[in-house]
Ligand binder design. Structure first.
Ligand code: MTE
Length: 319
């Protein structure tokens, strides 16, 4: 999230707009656009979607928060997806022509139904749900996102892991031709993530295939990504091509990159600061630029559903 690698080809510092000016201008444009002050930038109904293919037969989930979702245009234009660039606005641009059909997901390891599943084969047998979740990034901003997906537990039950499976490991597509960000060693590619089996089986953990009732936009991790709403956003791996059931804790991208800053668990926790900044507050994206930050809730507000997963664990140690 915060690794900057300088290359000789990078612009000279004198050519770069000072970050504060750039950020202020971008925030102003975003806030004004969302508020409808800049005609033509956003559709009339800035909250709505209407850009992708509609998904049918979605049921509403009782797991949704009743908070108002962040505007579609903000969710789809302020992204972290390093395979398509390291700034927030690059993925929407750079992933525009990324082809996600056909798409296969390989299932392997300690599982009774391994194989190469095509996207429909993995998803179609399940009921799609809309889950409106709070989403908290480790960079201390947050959104409310109306995901469409399937509880990961439903998929796992069908794949039937063996008793040796203690963790689930996920991998993003590794294809520098299609994912230009992978041509630079910003992270070790492919992006990898993992969950303990009980975390993966928790009823909140979702495999998302859409948002705002439509197929996932490429920049948000099409065609299939993980959502773990009580953890920092970097656990929510995008464009998954591999699911492995394993005995040992699998490596995770940000932990490989900076272990002292990003742990395996990555539970949202206002009491445990990142080594370089506090996690006690967050900026809700979509508000006015002058809106005050709000307090971050333990487990991102999902304490009741997930705190027992970590009974007896020192969350300062297992960050
Ligand atoms: N998955 C992959 N493959 N590559 C990434 O760079 N970024 C992570 C996560 N999943 C990332 C990824 C981070 S840091 C965050 S905060 C979320 O995706 C952002 O999801 P969003 O862009 O849909 O808000």
């Amino acid at each position: 999230m915060f690794i900057v690698q300088k290359k000789p080809s990078d612009a000279k510092s004198s050519e770069i707009t000072p970050k504060s000016v750039f950020m202020n201008r971008r925030r102003f444009i975003q806030s004004a656009a969302i508020a409808g002050l800049i005609p033509g930038i956003l559709p009339k109904d800035a909250l709505g979607a209407g850009k992708g293919r509609k998904l049918d037969g979605i049921i509403k989930s009782s797991h949704s928060t009743n908070q108002k979702p962040t505007a579609y245009d903000l969710i789809t234009s302020y992204n972290n997806f390093y395979e398509f660039g390291t700034s927030k606005d690059m993925p929407a641009l750079m992933a525009r022509d990324f082809k996600t059909k056909p798409w296969t997901v390989s299932v392997k390891g300690e599982v009774n139904k391994p194989g190469l599943y095509d996207f429909d084969g993995l998803i179609k047998p399940h009921q799609l749900e809309e889950r409106i979740y709070r989403f908290r990034c480790v960079e201390a901003w947050s959104m409310v996102v109306p995901w469409v997906g399937i509880p990961l537990s439903n998929i796992i039950k069908r794949l039937d892991p063996t008793s040796k499976a203690k963790y689930v490991a996920f991998e993003t597509l590794n294809d520098p031709m299609r994912m230009p960000g992978q041509r630079r060693p910003i992270l070790q590619w492919p992006y990898v993530e993992g969950l303990r089996m009980d975390e993966a089986m928790n009823s909140l953990t979702l495999m998302a295939v859409g948002l705002y009732g439509e197929e996932l936009p490429n920049q948000n991790g099409a065609p299939i990504r993980l959502i773990v709403p009580w953890k920092y956003g970097f656990k929510s791996i995008k464009s998954i091509v591999s699911i492995s059931f394993v005995e040992k804790m699998p490596p995770t991208s940000w932990n490989l990159s900076a272990a002292q800053e990003y742990g395996f668990y990555a539970n949202v926790n206002p009491e445990v600061s990142h080594p370089r900044w506090s996690q006690a507050k967050e900026r809700k994206l979509g508000g006015s630029y002058f809106s005050p930050k709000v307090k971050t809730l333990k487990f991102n507000g999902y304490e009741e559903e997930v705190a027992s997963l970590y009974d007896g664990m020192d969350l300062k140690k297992f960050y």
